[in-house]
Ligand binder design. Structure first.
Ligand SMILES: Cc1ncc(COP(=O)(O)O)c(C=O)c1O
Length: 387
């Protein structure tokens, strides 16, 4: 094996999927093709997918309009030495749909876009400290661990999700050293409006930027993500995943006074402006609006989430809860190994099921797919219960 650690996306390792380093020939480990709600592995076996490329695909794989836009951009060369027309066009469309994005910058990955948001906030405030809540990618901001300098880690502190008292205390403690608070608006469940409003008020009080990391929630909970759903407007929003329906694109957008910091600091990437992903994203965004995708995800995802909650109740020895929202949900297993066994048993029956946060439906998932998935998960739980 030449790819270090099996694959460059940690969550696609067999160990992450099934809890097994070497899962054997009956489980899928590498894939060849994807279409609609399905993928095919390197043995040609077909799977209904509930991972949807880790939530990157909300319209279904190989959505015709997105593929056509990408193909057309590819035919025009896909990349060049000037800013492509697609960049300003997509930014304008996003601003039209999400008016709180006064100004926008594109990047390739969610982690990069969060890093850019924090860089903008630090440049604007002249401060270093950051409070965060949730997962923000592999870069130094919140991932910690070997290889991350202690000085970098010292500038970051985690705050608990939806805990108003501890959030207020952490912001007040950091006070005039605080550059930004960056949160995922959904962690295992919805936030209370009180927490979001407290974040808004307290960051304003100390002069720090409030950043919503909407990499998972953008274009999924609503076209305007958590901002649209709960009505609290941060200073910066980070988008990724569904923005490009699987094409590599992320963005940071928000208050012009913060985005204008790009003139003072340096945020730039050679291929941020290849225009295949920009064109694909424009099509993906237009389809998301035209087809009412978030409403579909809420409805079909609700069927999945209710089904998982029922199964959690039926297998209390194995499962403690079914956290999440209709649009992103999972089973919380009492034991990691059991979760792995259930995911493996589901895969043997033709379903890719995430054993931790989150499973995602797409526009290509209907009631039939969800009912099939729930039937498979029930059988997998029954099999795991016998062990
Ligand atoms: C909320 C959130 N932010 C940031 C990231 C990082 O995005 P990427 O893996 O594209 O760097 C992720 C990835 O799962 C995410 O869920």
């Amino acid at each position: 094996m030449t790819v270090a650690g099996f694959t460059s996306t940690g969550s696609k390792r067999p160990e992450a999927l099934f809890g097994l380093v070497d899962p054997g020939p009956d489980l899928p480990i590498r894939m060849r093709r994807s279409a609609g709600p399905r993928i095919w592995d390197d043995q040609g076996r077909e799977y209904l997918d509930l991972l949807m490329a880790l939530g990157a695909v909300s319209l279904g794989y190989a959505h015709p309009a997105v593929m056509a836009a990408a193909r057309e951009a590819l035919e025009r060369g896909g990349v060049g030495s000037l800013a492509p027309v697609e960049e300003e066009r997509l930014a304008g469309r996003l601003r039209e749909l999400l008016p709180w994005l006064e100004s926008i910058r594109f990047l390739k990955t969610g982690a990069e876009a969060v890093a850019a948001a924090v860089r903008l906030a630090r440049a604007a405030t002249g401060r270093s400290r950051v409070l965060g809540c949730g997962y923000h990618g592999w870069l130094d901001l919140s991932s910690g661990g070997p290889g991350v300098p202690t000085a970098v880690q010292a500038d970051f502190r985690a705050i608990p999700f939806d805990d108003a008292a501890r959030t207020r205390a952490a912001i007040r403690e950091a006070d005039n050293e605080l550059a930004a608070v960056v949160i995922e608006p959904v962690v295992d469940g919805a936030p209370t409006i009180e927490w979001l409003q407290l974040l808004r008020a307290e960051t304003e009080r100390v002069g720090a930027a409030l950043i919503f990391d909407e990499v998972k929630t953008g274009f999924r909970l609503a076209v305007g993500g958590a901002v649209e759903r709960w009505g609290v407007v941060p200073d910066l929003v980070v988008l990724g995943k569904a923005l490009g329906n699987g094409f590599p694109l992320a963005a940071v957008g928000g208050a012009r006074r913060l985005l204008d910091q790009v003139g003072r600091t340096w945020i730039s990437s050679t291929l941020a402006t290849e225009f295949v992903a920009l064109a694909a994203a424009r099509a993906a965004v237009d389809q998301t609006v035209a087809l009412g995708v978030p409403a579909h995800l809420g409805r079909v995802g609700g069927r999945l989430h209710r089904g998982l909650a029922r199964l959690a109740g039926e297998f209390p020895d194995l499962v403690s809860a079914a956290p999440g929202l209709p649009e992103m949900c999972y089973l919380r297993f009492r034991d990691d190994a059991v979760g792995g066994r259930v995911a493996a048993a589901a895969a043997r029956r033709g379903l890719l099921f995430k054993r931790t946060a989150y499973n995602f439906v797409s526009l290509a998932h209907g009631d039939g797919e969800v009912d099939f998935a729930l039937g498979v998960v029930e059988e997998a739980l029954t099999e795991a219960a016998r062990c």
